[in-house]
Design a protein around this ligand. Structure first.
Ligand code: F0G
Length: 458
């Protein structure tokens, strides 16, 4: 058996990278108010801001795009899409939406609202924001080990089962419209959820009569981790494991911008006909007719094809190995990361990397800015800028200070990643010189997208 795992594709179309001079990058940062979401993408050399909508589609996906049927109602592309989603998930009702958060908004409009609590292993930030916008509380119950970033474990994405049952008894079944299982857990390191945990959640939920809904953004990476790590799954086929994961729930929300390689798209898939009926009404109001949702026929085709490609074992072997490769390089460079690395990203543990910057100095954002300043690398802060709060004029930090290096699928080669590792090595040697940031302007929800900051004067 060969030791080297290779990219299971060759490259047909290429795009130039955005090379810039250091002085220019300082000006770009200033202009962007030290918020990298404001940086024009052609000023970015290696873009690790997100793996969402940034993946490379295959020749077959582009061919499917050309086959897209753009009929307003009953387009052939919808039926292709619907059967791909049904084949994968087994759920009856399939509603296409323009991206994951549209599915969240629709579902929370149907089942959320004041007095309700939704429980999750961890809500992603848009999921939380949509829950809260509906008036509903979003309760995260990750396993205790999930916040211990130094100690590796196989399934740190699991929900805390005891805490789940306690919460259900405390809050009361009528006030809990659903349990959301996020696969993989993006907010806490891209960590997978085990099948054992999904089965237990399903059992508990059935006992109390609460529906389970999967946030399926990275379902294929989760399924592959189960195959690799969970006893009894090593000889099972990944598509079979994925189907079994979906069978533990009665619906899902999916952003197809991740594990379907699509540049846009998503869906809400549900077994419950009453929920589906209400959801369809909201879909028509905000997204479009139920056979296209928020998408063009060509997008539906790209997603349908992507949902199959993402489950190919050679692809997933390469995908998970490429993330591990980045993690190994960062460890060698002396950069503490969330252990083990996730399925789509490596998360730098900034609390440990920059202990001299307190949470209200946004150490994660300081590192994000330094990565851009030094080499045009764009990453994202997952810490007090994203999750910190201002309560009655008092700063409440996030429990973690992380910087996520999310790797777009099939986009960067090993030498791009070697370059990122080299840059980290250089920053690590002078990390004490990195200073705090000051938040000048935020907003009530999803602050990190719109925040304005500046480096704290030395
Ligand atoms: N759920 C998870 C777990 C996500 O990671 C995301 C998006 C969404 C839902 C929302 O989907 O973007 O299509 O509306 N995550 C992106 C990221 C933005 O960078 O991690 P969307």
């Amino acid at each position: 058996m060969w030791k080297t795992i290779i990219e299971p594709f060759k490259i047909k179309t290429v795009e130039p990278l955005g090379f810039t001079a250091e002085a220019e990058r300082e000006a770009v940062l200033r202009e962007a108010c030290y918020n990298v979401f404001n940086i024009p993408a052609d000023k970015v050399l290696i873009d690790l801001l997100t793996d969402s909508g940034t993946s490379a589609m295959s020749a077959e996906q582009w061919a499917a795009v050309m086959r897209g049927d753009e009929s307003y109602a009953g387009a052939r592309s919808f039926f292709t899409f619907e059967s791909a989603v049904r084949r994968l998930t087994g759920y009856r009702h399939v509603l296409p939406v323009h991206q994951g958060r549209a599915a969240e908004r629709i579902l929370f409009s149907v089942v959320g609202g004041p007095g309700k609590t939704v429980i999750s292993n961890s809500h992603f930030d848009t999921t939380r924001a949509n829950a809260e916008a509906s008036g509903c509380e979003a309760l995260d119950l990750p396993v205790p080990g999930a916040l211990d970033f130094d100690t590796p474990a196989d399934f740190k994405g699991d929900i805390d089962l005891k805490a789940l049952e306690d919460a259900i008894r405390r809050i009361g079944t009528p006030n809990i419209p659903m349990i959301v299982m996020t696969l993989t857990n993006n907010s806490l390191g891209g960590q997978p959820v085990s099948m054992a945990n999904l089965r237990e959640v399903s059992r508990i939920a059935l006992h109390y009569g609460i529906p389970v809904i999967i946030d399926a953004a990275r379902f294929a990476e989760n399924a592959f981790f189960i195959k690799r790590r969970e006893p009894g799954f090593s000889t099972r086929k990944v598509p079979e494991i994925a189907s079994e994961m979906f069978s533990t729930a009665s619906g899902c929300m999916m952003s197809s911008k991740k594990d379907a390689f699509a540049n846009i798209g998503g869906f809400l898939a549900l077994n419950d006909s009453e929920w589906a009926k209400k959801a369809r009404e909201i879909l028509i109001l905000g997204e479009g007719f139920p056979t296209y949702g928020g998408l063009a026929g060509r997008d539906l085709e790209a997603v349908a094809r992507g949902l199959e490609e993402v489950l190919e074992e050679q692809y997933l072997t390469y995908r998970i190995r490429s993330i591990e490769y980045l993690a190994e390089g960062l460890r060698r460079a002396g950069v503490p990361i969330v252990e083990p690395p996730g399925g789509h990203a490596v998360y730098v543990n900034v609390k440990k990397f920059l202990p001299h910057i307190p949470p209200d100095g946004y150490p994660g954002q300081s590192l994000v800015c330094e990565l851009y300043r030094t080499a045009g690398i764009r990453a994202v802060e997952i810490g007090s800028l994203m999750f910190g709060k201002n309560q009655d004029g008092r700063f409440v930090p996030a429990p973690m200070e992380l910087v996520r290096l999310a790797v777009p699928r099939r986009v960067y080669t090993q030498s791009h990643i070697d370059f990122v590792i080299e840059v980290f090595g250089e920053i690590a040697r002078r990390k004490e010189a990195l200073g705090p940031m000051r938040l000048l302007e935020g907003s009530q929800r999803l602050t990190h997208f719109t925040a304005k900051l500046m480096p704290e004067p030395a």
